[in-house]
Design a protein around this ligand. Structure first.
Ligand SMILES: Cc1cc2nc3c(=O)[nH]c(=O)nc-3n(C[C@H](O)[C@H](O)[C@H](O)COP(=O)(O)O)c2cc1C
Length: 303
Protein backbone atom coordinates (compact mmCIF):
# COMPACT_ATOMS: atom_id res chain seq x y z
CA UNK A 1 0.00 0.00 0.00
CA UNK A 2 1.55 3.28 -1.16
CA UNK A 3 1.61 6.05 1.44
CA UNK A 4 1.29 9.78 0.78
CA UNK A 5 1.72 10.74 4.43
CA UNK A 6 4.55 13.10 5.37
CA UNK A 7 5.86 14.25 8.74
CA UNK A 8 6.78 17.87 9.29
CA UNK A 9 8.38 17.53 12.70
CA UNK A 10 5.51 16.81 15.11
CA UNK A 11 2.84 17.46 12.49
CA UNK A 12 1.78 14.63 10.20
CA UNK A 13 -0.09 15.41 6.96
CA UNK A 14 -2.25 12.98 4.97
CA UNK A 15 -0.38 14.08 1.84
CA UNK A 16 2.32 16.67 1.06
CA UNK A 17 0.07 19.28 -0.61
CA UNK A 18 -1.15 22.42 1.16
CA UNK A 19 -2.55 25.62 -0.29
CA UNK A 20 -0.47 28.80 -0.02
CA UNK A 21 -1.45 31.80 2.05
CA UNK A 22 -3.52 34.46 0.26
CA UNK A 23 -4.44 32.17 -2.62
CA UNK A 24 -7.17 30.03 -1.05
CA UNK A 25 -9.19 32.43 1.07
CA UNK A 26 -9.78 30.96 4.52
CA UNK A 27 -10.17 27.45 3.10
CA UNK A 28 -13.93 27.03 3.40
CA UNK A 29 -14.70 28.93 0.17
CA UNK A 30 -13.33 26.09 -1.96
CA UNK A 31 -15.48 23.29 -0.58
CA UNK A 32 -17.93 23.86 -3.49
CA UNK A 33 -15.25 22.68 -5.91
CA UNK A 34 -13.78 19.67 -4.12
CA UNK A 35 -13.44 18.13 -0.67
CA UNK A 36 -10.73 20.34 0.90
CA UNK A 37 -10.24 17.67 3.58
CA UNK A 38 -8.45 15.61 0.89
CA UNK A 39 -5.51 18.04 0.94
CA UNK A 40 -2.56 17.85 3.30
CA UNK A 41 -3.76 21.17 4.70
CA UNK A 42 -4.46 24.82 4.03
CA UNK A 43 -2.57 27.99 4.96
CA UNK A 44 -4.91 30.85 5.80
CA UNK A 45 -4.71 34.33 4.34
CA UNK A 46 -2.22 36.32 6.46
CA UNK A 47 -3.94 37.18 9.75
CA UNK A 48 -3.24 40.35 11.72
CA UNK A 49 -4.49 41.38 15.18
CA UNK A 50 -6.94 43.87 13.68
CA UNK A 51 -8.76 43.64 10.33
CA UNK A 52 -6.93 45.33 7.45
CA UNK A 53 -8.32 46.81 4.23
CA UNK A 54 -5.03 46.45 2.42
CA UNK A 55 -3.82 48.61 -0.48
CA UNK A 56 -6.10 50.59 -2.83
CA UNK A 57 -6.98 48.96 -6.20
CA UNK A 58 -5.74 47.98 -8.70
CA UNK A 59 -4.05 45.26 -6.66
CA UNK A 60 -3.38 42.44 -9.15
CA UNK A 61 -2.36 42.11 -12.79
CA UNK A 62 -1.25 39.29 -15.06
CA UNK A 63 2.33 39.05 -16.28
CA UNK A 64 4.08 36.49 -18.50
CA UNK A 65 3.74 33.11 -16.76
CA UNK A 66 2.56 34.69 -13.55
CA UNK A 67 0.96 37.64 -11.82
CA UNK A 68 1.80 40.62 -9.68
CA UNK A 69 -0.11 41.35 -6.49
CA UNK A 70 -0.02 44.19 -4.01
CA UNK A 71 -2.93 43.21 -1.79
CA UNK A 72 -1.25 44.70 1.26
CA UNK A 73 -2.39 41.92 3.59
CA UNK A 74 -6.12 42.70 3.57
CA UNK A 75 -7.73 40.29 6.05
CA UNK A 76 -10.63 39.90 8.46
CA UNK A 77 -8.39 39.90 11.57
CA UNK A 78 -7.59 37.05 13.94
CA UNK A 79 -10.77 37.41 16.05
CA UNK A 80 -13.16 37.12 13.10
CA UNK A 81 -11.10 34.22 11.77
CA UNK A 82 -11.38 32.33 15.08
CA UNK A 83 -15.10 33.11 15.36
CA UNK A 84 -16.35 32.70 11.78
CA UNK A 85 -13.95 30.52 9.79
CA UNK A 86 -12.07 28.23 12.16
CA UNK A 87 -15.15 26.38 13.57
CA UNK A 88 -16.07 25.22 10.03
CA UNK A 89 -12.51 24.11 9.28
CA UNK A 90 -12.28 22.31 12.65
CA UNK A 91 -15.61 20.58 12.08
CA UNK A 92 -14.43 19.40 8.64
CA UNK A 93 -11.18 18.00 10.09
CA UNK A 94 -9.03 20.19 7.81
CA UNK A 95 -5.38 20.71 8.82
CA UNK A 96 -5.04 24.46 9.31
CA UNK A 97 -1.83 26.46 9.23
CA UNK A 98 -2.48 30.01 10.42
CA UNK A 99 -0.33 32.47 8.49
CA UNK A 100 0.33 35.58 10.62
CA UNK A 101 1.62 39.07 10.00
CA UNK A 102 2.53 41.88 12.43
CA UNK A 103 4.66 45.00 12.59
CA UNK A 104 6.13 44.42 16.06
CA UNK A 105 7.44 41.53 18.15
CA UNK A 106 4.70 42.14 20.74
CA UNK A 107 1.96 41.88 18.11
CA UNK A 108 3.47 38.68 16.69
CA UNK A 109 3.44 37.25 20.22
CA UNK A 110 -0.17 38.32 20.85
CA UNK A 111 -1.32 36.74 17.59
CA UNK A 112 0.42 33.48 18.45
CA UNK A 113 -1.04 33.48 21.98
CA UNK A 114 -4.54 34.06 20.58
CA UNK A 115 -4.24 31.21 18.07
CA UNK A 116 -2.71 28.92 20.69
CA UNK A 117 -5.99 29.10 22.65
CA UNK A 118 -7.98 27.62 19.74
CA UNK A 119 -8.28 23.96 18.87
CA UNK A 120 -8.18 23.33 15.13
CA UNK A 121 -5.03 25.36 14.44
CA UNK A 122 -2.21 22.91 13.67
CA UNK A 123 0.72 25.26 13.05
CA UNK A 124 1.60 28.94 12.83
CA UNK A 125 3.35 30.24 9.73
CA UNK A 126 5.13 33.53 10.36
CA UNK A 127 5.17 35.82 7.34
CA UNK A 128 8.41 37.79 7.54
CA UNK A 129 8.60 38.11 3.79
CA UNK A 130 5.69 40.19 2.41
CA UNK A 131 7.02 42.76 -0.08
CA UNK A 132 3.78 44.79 -0.27
CA UNK A 133 3.55 46.61 3.06
CA UNK A 134 5.46 49.63 4.33
CA UNK A 135 6.14 48.28 7.82
CA UNK A 136 6.84 44.77 9.02
CA UNK A 137 6.82 42.11 6.34
CA UNK A 138 10.14 41.76 4.61
CA UNK A 139 11.82 44.14 7.09
CA UNK A 140 11.91 41.21 9.55
CA UNK A 141 12.87 38.64 6.93
CA UNK A 142 15.92 40.36 5.47
CA UNK A 143 18.10 40.34 8.55
CA UNK A 144 18.93 36.98 10.19
CA UNK A 145 18.94 38.48 13.72
CA UNK A 146 15.48 40.06 13.30
CA UNK A 147 13.97 36.92 11.76
CA UNK A 148 15.43 34.96 14.69
CA UNK A 149 13.94 37.39 17.20
CA UNK A 150 10.44 37.01 15.74
CA UNK A 151 10.83 33.22 15.65
CA UNK A 152 12.06 33.02 19.26
CA UNK A 153 9.29 35.32 20.50
CA UNK A 154 6.52 33.33 18.82
CA UNK A 155 8.16 30.07 19.91
CA UNK A 156 8.14 31.24 23.54
CA UNK A 157 4.36 31.82 23.68
CA UNK A 158 2.95 28.83 21.81
CA UNK A 159 3.21 25.07 21.89
CA UNK A 160 2.08 24.87 18.24
CA UNK A 161 4.63 24.09 15.53
CA UNK A 162 6.17 27.34 14.26
CA UNK A 163 6.98 27.73 10.56
CA UNK A 164 8.83 30.74 9.17
CA UNK A 165 8.16 31.87 5.61
CA UNK A 166 11.30 33.04 3.86
CA UNK A 167 11.94 35.50 1.06
CA UNK A 168 14.57 35.23 -1.66
CA UNK A 169 14.85 39.01 -1.29
CA UNK A 170 16.58 38.41 2.02
CA UNK A 171 19.93 38.52 0.26
CA UNK A 172 21.45 35.66 2.17
CA UNK A 173 18.34 33.48 2.53
CA UNK A 174 20.41 30.57 3.87
CA UNK A 175 21.69 32.74 6.74
CA UNK A 176 18.10 33.72 7.59
CA UNK A 177 17.04 30.06 7.41
CA UNK A 178 19.83 28.96 9.77
CA UNK A 179 19.03 31.79 12.20
CA UNK A 180 15.35 30.78 12.31
CA UNK A 181 16.25 27.12 12.87
CA UNK A 182 18.56 28.10 15.74
CA UNK A 183 15.77 30.27 17.23
CA UNK A 184 13.40 27.30 17.42
CA UNK A 185 11.51 27.16 14.11
CA UNK A 186 9.93 23.75 13.46
CA UNK A 187 9.89 24.20 9.67
CA UNK A 188 10.64 26.76 6.98
CA UNK A 189 8.39 27.73 4.06
CA UNK A 190 10.08 29.02 0.92
CA UNK A 191 9.40 31.20 -0.96
CA UNK A 192 7.22 34.30 -0.82
CA UNK A 193 6.84 36.52 -3.89
CA UNK A 194 9.60 38.68 -5.40
CA UNK A 195 8.96 42.37 -6.15
CA UNK A 196 8.21 43.22 -9.74
CA UNK A 197 6.48 45.86 -11.84
CA UNK A 198 4.32 46.35 -14.94
CA UNK A 199 3.48 49.59 -16.81
CA UNK A 200 0.38 50.25 -18.94
CA UNK A 201 1.85 52.08 -21.94
CA UNK A 202 -1.49 53.64 -23.04
CA UNK A 203 -2.12 55.18 -19.62
CA UNK A 204 1.61 55.68 -19.09
CA UNK A 205 1.18 54.58 -15.49
CA UNK A 206 2.16 51.56 -13.41
CA UNK A 207 -0.60 48.94 -13.61
CA UNK A 208 -0.72 48.52 -9.82
CA UNK A 209 -1.75 51.42 -7.58
CA UNK A 210 1.09 50.40 -5.28
CA UNK A 211 3.38 50.64 -8.36
CA UNK A 212 5.25 47.45 -7.46
CA UNK A 213 3.87 44.07 -6.47
CA UNK A 214 4.95 40.54 -5.64
CA UNK A 215 5.59 38.26 -8.60
CA UNK A 216 4.13 34.77 -8.26
CA UNK A 217 3.26 31.83 -10.51
CA UNK A 218 5.39 29.68 -12.83
CA UNK A 219 7.72 32.63 -13.59
CA UNK A 220 8.95 32.23 -10.01
CA UNK A 221 9.42 28.46 -10.04
CA UNK A 222 13.10 28.05 -11.01
CA UNK A 223 14.11 30.65 -8.41
CA UNK A 224 11.99 28.95 -5.75
CA UNK A 225 13.51 25.58 -6.63
CA UNK A 226 17.03 26.97 -6.29
CA UNK A 227 16.20 28.51 -2.89
CA UNK A 228 14.56 25.30 -1.64
CA UNK A 229 17.61 23.32 -2.79
CA UNK A 230 19.97 25.67 -0.93
CA UNK A 231 17.89 25.93 2.25
CA UNK A 232 17.14 22.18 2.45
CA UNK A 233 20.88 21.54 2.19
CA UNK A 234 21.65 23.94 5.02
CA UNK A 235 19.11 23.10 7.76
CA UNK A 236 17.86 19.91 9.37
CA UNK A 237 14.24 21.02 9.93
CA UNK A 238 11.64 20.34 7.18
CA UNK A 239 11.28 22.76 4.27
CA UNK A 240 7.89 23.43 2.67
CA UNK A 241 8.24 24.53 -0.96
CA UNK A 242 6.20 27.31 -2.59
CA UNK A 243 6.52 29.00 -5.96
CA UNK A 244 4.75 28.42 -9.26
CA UNK A 245 3.60 24.88 -8.55
CA UNK A 246 0.78 23.97 -10.95
CA UNK A 247 1.09 20.19 -11.39
CA UNK A 248 2.25 17.00 -9.73
CA UNK A 249 5.45 17.12 -11.80
CA UNK A 250 6.24 20.65 -10.55
CA UNK A 251 5.70 19.52 -6.97
CA UNK A 252 7.88 16.44 -7.44
CA UNK A 253 10.81 18.64 -8.52
CA UNK A 254 10.59 20.44 -5.18
CA UNK A 255 10.21 17.21 -3.20
CA UNK A 256 13.26 15.76 -4.96
CA UNK A 257 15.19 18.94 -4.14
CA UNK A 258 14.57 18.20 -0.45
CA UNK A 259 11.20 19.77 0.41
CA UNK A 260 9.00 17.66 2.70
CA UNK A 261 5.77 19.26 1.46
CA UNK A 262 4.59 21.89 -1.04
CA UNK A 263 2.09 24.74 -1.15
CA UNK A 264 0.02 25.66 -4.20
CA UNK A 265 -0.70 29.39 -4.61
CA UNK A 266 -1.39 31.28 -7.84
CA UNK A 267 -2.49 28.11 -9.66
CA UNK A 268 -5.71 28.20 -7.58
CA UNK A 269 -6.81 31.38 -9.35
CA UNK A 270 -6.73 29.69 -12.77
CA UNK A 271 -8.19 26.41 -11.52
CA UNK A 272 -9.85 26.13 -8.09
CA UNK A 273 -9.09 22.38 -8.13
CA UNK A 274 -5.36 22.92 -8.79
CA UNK A 275 -4.15 21.77 -5.36
CA UNK A 276 -6.16 18.55 -5.55
CA UNK A 277 -4.76 17.90 -9.05
CA UNK A 278 -1.22 18.42 -7.72
CA UNK A 279 -1.88 15.87 -4.95
CA UNK A 280 -3.36 13.41 -7.49
CA UNK A 281 -0.32 13.89 -9.76
CA UNK A 282 2.11 13.05 -6.96
CA UNK A 283 0.10 9.97 -6.00
CA UNK A 284 -0.01 8.74 -9.61
CA UNK A 285 3.78 9.13 -9.88
CA UNK A 286 4.27 7.15 -6.66
CA UNK A 287 1.94 4.43 -7.93
CA UNK A 288 3.81 4.28 -11.25
CA UNK A 289 7.16 3.98 -9.43
CA UNK A 290 5.81 1.81 -6.61
CA UNK A 291 7.20 4.08 -3.91
CA UNK A 292 5.99 6.07 -0.93
CA UNK A 293 6.13 9.84 -1.19
CA UNK A 294 8.82 9.91 1.52
CA UNK A 295 11.10 7.90 -0.85
CA UNK A 296 11.00 10.84 -3.27
CA UNK A 297 11.97 13.52 -0.74
CA UNK A 298 15.55 14.64 -1.41
CA UNK A 299 15.97 12.02 -4.16
CA UNK A 300 17.79 14.46 -6.46
CA UNK A 301 20.34 15.23 -3.75
CA UNK A 302 21.73 11.71 -3.54
CA UNK A 303 25.03 11.24 -5.41
C1 LIG B 1 -2.92 37.37 -4.21
C2 LIG B 1 -1.84 36.84 -3.30
C3 LIG B 1 -1.93 37.05 -1.92
C4 LIG B 1 -0.94 36.57 -1.06
N1 LIG B 1 -1.05 36.77 0.28
C5 LIG B 1 -0.12 36.25 1.13
C6 LIG B 1 -0.25 36.40 2.54
O1 LIG B 1 -1.21 36.97 3.05
N2 LIG B 1 0.73 35.89 3.34
C7 LIG B 1 1.81 35.21 2.81
O2 LIG B 1 2.67 34.74 3.58
N3 LIG B 1 1.94 35.02 1.47
C8 LIG B 1 1.01 35.54 0.63
N4 LIG B 1 1.14 35.35 -0.73
C9 LIG B 1 2.31 34.60 -1.26
C10 LIG B 1 1.93 33.14 -1.56
O3 LIG B 1 1.51 32.46 -0.40
C11 LIG B 1 3.13 32.38 -2.20
O4 LIG B 1 4.22 32.39 -1.29
C12 LIG B 1 3.58 33.00 -3.51
O5 LIG B 1 2.48 33.48 -4.26
C13 LIG B 1 4.39 32.04 -4.38
O6 LIG B 1 3.66 30.87 -4.67
P1 LIG B 1 2.79 30.68 -6.05
O7 LIG B 1 3.71 31.01 -7.19
O8 LIG B 1 2.34 29.26 -6.03
O9 LIG B 1 1.66 31.66 -5.97
C14 LIG B 1 0.17 35.83 -1.60
C15 LIG B 1 0.24 35.61 -3.00
C16 LIG B 1 -0.74 36.10 -3.85
C17 LIG B 1 -0.63 35.82 -5.33
Amino acid sequence: MISQRVKLGRLELRNPVLTASGCFGYGVEFDDFFDVHELGGICTKGLSLLPRLGNPPRRVCETPSGMLNAIGLANIGVEAFCREKLPVLRERGITVVANVFATSLDDFAELARRLDRESGVHAIEINVSCPNVTHGGIEFGRVPELAAQVTARVRSVTSLPVWVKLSPEAGDVVAVARACEAAGADALSAINTIRGMSIDIERRRPRLANRTGGLSGPALRPIALRVVWEVAGAVSIPVIAIGGITSGSDALEFLMAGASAVQVGTANFADPCAAKKVADGIREYCERHACNVTDVIGAARHP
